[in-house]
Each structure stands twice: as C-alpha cells, then as structure tokens.
Design a protein. Sequence first.
Length: 192
Amino acid sequence: MSSSVLYMSMSLDGYIAGPNDQPGNPGGDRFMRLHDWFSTSGDTGQPSGPAEELIAEMTATGAVLVGRRTAEQVDHYKGDHHGVPIFVLSHRPPDPSVANYPSVTYVSDGIASAMAQAKAAAGNRDVMVHGAYTAQRALEAGVLDELMIHQIPVLFGGGRRLFDTLPSRVELEIVRVIDTPAATHIRYRVRP
C-alpha cells in the first residue's frame, strides 16, 4: 500500500529555507547548506553509504505532491522529477507555460483530493511530498503518513520554518534513525 512521505532537509532550528527565499533566490541564502549531505564522494561522482541509500529510497517513489510556490520556484522540475507524475496543490489555475510539462497536474480541490490522485498514480509506491505549506495542510487533513527529516547540524537563525503553523498537536513515532557526520536522518510515522 502506498504511503505519503514528506522528504525534507531542515536546520537544527527548524528552517527549510534561508532568509530571502523568493523566486529569484529559491531556497534563500545558504539554502544549499541543507543539501550538503547529498554531496558526492569517490571516483563515481555519486553519493555512497547512507546518502546513496536514502536517495535511492526517494527516487523509488511513484509520484510527487508539491505546493504551487515550491513548484514554481523550481520551474515545475522542468516536468521531470525522477520520471514520475507531479501533482501541484493550488488555489489558482496553472500558468499557461505548465502545458509544456505533461507530467504536471494542478489540483485545486484540496489536499485530500491531491493526495488521493497522487497515491492512485503512484500505485504501490510511495508519494513524495515537498513544501512546508503542503506538509502542514496534509497533516491538518490527516493525509500525511510519514516524515523523513534530514536534520542538518547548522543553525540558520532565520528563513522559512517547516512547522510554523499547525492546527493542533501531532504525535509522531520514530521508525528509523540513520546518523552520519553530515546529517541525522529521522523517519517518523504520524500517529492516528
């Protein structure tokens, strides 16, 4: 059965984007520091060890659900996020240029519908969830199953927080912890 999983790199003080996060500066200042754990090693140019395993896990997902702001900042992944359908949660119709990306579907009738469509497209594979707003709405609606947080040993001191606004307390269960020098990767299951 398909699960919805938020994959997010986050500073120790809860930021997923640095200051000045805007279209001309996606992710804000110092954003790439949150993704250093992806860095390559050795002669292959590919990550090894736990980073390689985690990236393989992410790219094994069968669909992506993302908020409009994130989708627009990355130009809808140019229509290709590891070869799977991309669902964009939005209150407005897409810009006409999105027609150039047939794998991108805008969903305007709420997070529950967007998640149902993404899970149907993913089949028996998981749905990768991106974006703070989308994660918050999915938690609020009870349609986010798990969180895979890549906790980076840095304090940003400002920017965009992942969990700035939650409707109520959310209980989590730790499923797995992988500790590396570059990050602590914690997978949580959302408790009913």
